[in-house]
Design a protein around this ligand. Structure first.
Ligand code: NAD
Ligand code: ZN
Length: 358
């Protein structure tokens, strides 16, 4: 048996207001007059009070990231080309936003030093050269992208991450105060990405004590804030940020499962976003995750969250086949969820029935 020897984030700063330390954190990482490039979620583009806190110097630049679609390889390549044309070299890339912006920052940082298209590096350990310095600053909690060794990209033929030891951030800045403005439904969808990661990893066949310790803590924090507490306050934002961190750490040594495998098919065909897509699928997975789904439904009810229904109604056989192919292509997820014999358990017919219920 070979054990995974995984690379982690180098530096972590945590605490409400710690974003204001960013200037001093970046200072020793500046290389001459090569700029720091700040990728900022479009939500912040007109929030002057926030933008003025970004520690710009010299040729530093803010790039507003459109998050209408989840990151695509073509967009990653285009931003890389533009930055290289404008600056030649940069000192670093700082991603400020949700999973989309953090993944975009990781991907562009990798592509600044690796030739060709990001589509060439979708997979495991294909990246050849270390990235430029990169920092992740989540402004919405749940994906675990701040700690993971992947950045999920939609390419010409697949939705798959650039998984490598060069992918994790050099530094993350965990400031729960940045998440205050997230809309209630969106906050729930992204938080459930974390909750679902935990259920999938804790019930999976790949589980070990490392993964379990983090997964249990993350799930406990989610349940505390979404089930036990009656108001959402600063404490909730702080705990959700740590749940996301712990959930991401849990996945480092395990795998996700059925909800992710099925929601990848929705994302590929319909462009359904990751957080809401997972919720749409998980809502129908009581046969696989009875306890987790029961708790999920309680949280949905308590917070009056809207989970879309009937999104696959009217699709053609060909479209169902596309989703089934994408989903069944995620072998490690199915194996984690259902064991080595997963192909006998999750047949195409059974998966089609599941997609029809969404
Ligand atoms: P997101 O990044 O798409 O953001 C969701 C919405 O929240 C956007 O409309 C954004 O503008 C808004 N938003 C963000 N911060 C805000 C704030 N402080 N105030 C108000 N609005 C704010 O969503 P997400 O769920 O964080 O990330 C999903 C992405 O993460 C997907 O692309 C998915 O593939 C990826 N992902 C990556 C990993 C990984 O390990 N790399 C893991 C899970 C998911
Ligand atoms: Zn996820």
């Amino acid at each position: 048996m070979k054990f995974r020897n995984f690379k982690m984030v180098d530096y972590v700063v945590y605490g409400s207001g710690c974003f204001d330390q960013l200037g001093e954190i970046l200072a020793p990482r500046r290389k001459g007059d090569a700029p720091m490039i700040f990728f900022v979620d479009e939500y912040f583009q007109d929030k002057q009070a926030f933008l003025s806190r970004i520690p710009l110097q010299g040729k530093d630049k803010i790039v507003v990231i459109d998050v209408t679609y989840e990151p695509k390889t073509v967009t990653v390549d285009k931003i890389r080309d533009e930055l290289q044309a404008e600056f030649g070299e940069v000192s670093g890339i700082i991603g400020i936003g949700g999973g989309s912006v953090m993944d975009m920052a990781k991907a562009v940082a990798l592509m600044m030093t690796n030739p060709g298209s990001s589509a060439d590096y979708q997979g495991w350990d294909l990246v050849k050269n270390p990235a430029v310095y990169k920092v992740g600053i989540p402004t919405i909690s749940g994906t675990g992208a701040e700690v993971s060794r992947t950045c999920v990209l939609t390419g010409p033929t697949r939705k798959l991450g650039m998984n490598s030891d060069y992918t994790p951030f050099d530094q993350i800045v965990l400031d729960p105060a940045l998440t205050k403005t997230v809309e209630v439904n969106q906050r729930f969808y992204t938080a459930m990405d974390c909750f679902i990661h935990c259920v999938e990893s804790l019930t999976g066949t790949y589980l070990n004590a490392f993964s379990k310790s983090y997964g249990e803590k993350a799930q406990e924090l989610c349940e505390e804030i979404f089930l036990d507490k009656d108001v959402w306050d600063d404490d909730s934002d702080e705990k959700l940020m740590m749940a996301s961190y712990a959930g991401g750490m849990s996945i480092a040594y395990s795998q996700v499962g059925v909800a992710h495998a099925v929601s990848y098919g929705l994302a590929y065909l319909l462009g359904t976003k990751h957080g809401i897509g997972n919720c749409i699928v998980f809502d129908k997975l009581e046969e696989f995750y009875p306890d987790g789904v029961k708790k999920f439904k309680e949280m949905v009810k308590k917070h009056n969250i809207d989970i879309p229904q009937g999104i696959t109604r009217g699709l053609t056989d060909e479209q169902f086949d596309t989703m089934i192919n994408v989903s069944l292509g995620m072998a490690p997820l199915w194996e984690n969820a259902l064991g080595k014999d997963w192909k006998e358990i999750m047949t195409r017919e059974r998966l089609r029935k599941l997609y029809e219920r969404l």
